[in-house]
Design a protein around this ligand. Structure first.
Ligand code: SF4
Length: 335
């Protein structure tokens, strides 16, 4: 090892320090690696000091140990030696979206079906490109198709459809929907008899035995749902990952930040989504980032974890439905 050199992590590999351990998030490959908090401190110093100075500064680490660590990180494609770290600038953390709304959740219902043209027109004006359409109980495929058939008149490019498994619909019917509407990225069938997952064209068809009877079934935080990518990370360091630029329409037409939140900002029956968006308080929760939330702010997963601001007593509280304790650090069973 040439101790005149520096060792730096690649710019897409971001260390995130927790209460008792840390991770390196590889935002390009969508993975993370656990490391100790001490190593994170050493790696932070490596950005400004050549290796010989690191050895001088951290007297408890010898050259062999440091070389083993660096070689492990190189083998995992997380970092490299270099002569001049200034040639490898950090990722630009500016996250600016020209769109007023990024995500929309619509609970499929006869009411929303009646106002769907107005809803989609508003979403087009607001620039929304991602939508989740969901039902908690049986809703006919014919009516679902009316929603889907109008999507090509909008700017929406990513669609997740969550429907209830029903004896009236066969697996073939769901596959036919995916073939007919390739805009659907994922079709989730909840309350199914078995857990199963398959790919139809470029879409995912997921059957889950999870029973989703209402929006109160949402908000679970689990490691399976962690999102490890650059846009999510950039979004998470500045804004609320769950609610920022999101709008939802409940089955009765009420406009909310999220279907699980009770506070409404009008109804699609009487006002447009643009008007609801400009109602006092609509954007209030958008800026609550993980670094502002008690306990989450010391969690090593805070920039890859979806948040939930619905099931809590206080808006700065850790989500009730998260079983992770960054101090233990482990996931517990939720009672
Ligand atoms: S403690 Fe907070 S940041 Fe950590 S996993 Fe739970 S909700 Fe996510």
């Amino acid at each position: 090892m040439n101790t005149n050199f520096y060792f730096t992590l690649f710019s897409n590999c971001i260390p995130v320090k927790g209460a008792v351990r840390s991770i390196i998030c590889d935002l390009q490959r969508g993975s993370y690696l656990f490391i100790s908090n001490d190593i994170v401190d050493v790696l932070a110093s490596c950005e400004t000091m050549p290796i010989f100075k690191i050895l001088d500064y951290y007297r408890n680490i010898n050259e062999v140990e440091l070389e083993i660590l660096f070689n492990q990180l190189i083998e995992l494609n997380l970092g490299h030696y270099c002569e001049n770290p200034d040639r490898f600038p950090k990722i630009n953390t500016q996250f600016n979206s020209p769109y007023e709304i990024l995500d929309c959740i619509i609970e499929l219902s006869d009411c929303n079906l009646k106002y769907i043209d107005n809803i989609f027109e508003s979403l087009t004006i607001l620039g929304c490109q991602t939508i989740e359409l969901r039902t908690y109980s049986h809703f006919s495929l014919e009516k679902i198709e009316i929603f889907l058939s109008k999507l090509n008149l909008t700017r929406i490019r990513n669609v997740e459809l969550i429907v209830c498994h029903s004896q009236l619909e066969t697996s073939n019917a769901f596959e036919a929907i995916l073939k007919k509407y390739p805009i659907i990225e994922t079709l989730v069938i909840h309350s199914a008899d078995i857990d199963n997952c398959k790919t139809i064209g470029a879409s995912n068809l997921i059957f889950t035995t999870q029973i989703i009877t209402s929006s109160s079934c949402c908000g679970n935080i689990s490691k399976e749902d962690f999102k490890i990518n650059l846009p999510f990370y950039l979004h998470g360091i500045k804004n609320n990952t769950c609610l920022y630029k999101k709008i939802s329409i409940k089955a009765n037409g009420d406009i909310t930040n999220c279907p699980s939140l009770e506070k409404t900002f009008g109804s699609v029956i009487e006002l447009s989504l643009e008007q609801a968006l400009n109602t006092t308080g609509f954007k209030e929760l958008w800026s609550i980032k993980k670094d502002d939330i008690n306990i989450c702010k010391v969690c090593e997963f805070r920039y890859i974890c979806s948040d939930c601001r619905a099931f809590l007593n206080d808006v700065y509280e850790k989500p009730f439905k998260c079983s992770y304790d960054p101090y233990s650090p482990s996931f517990h069973n939720l009672s």
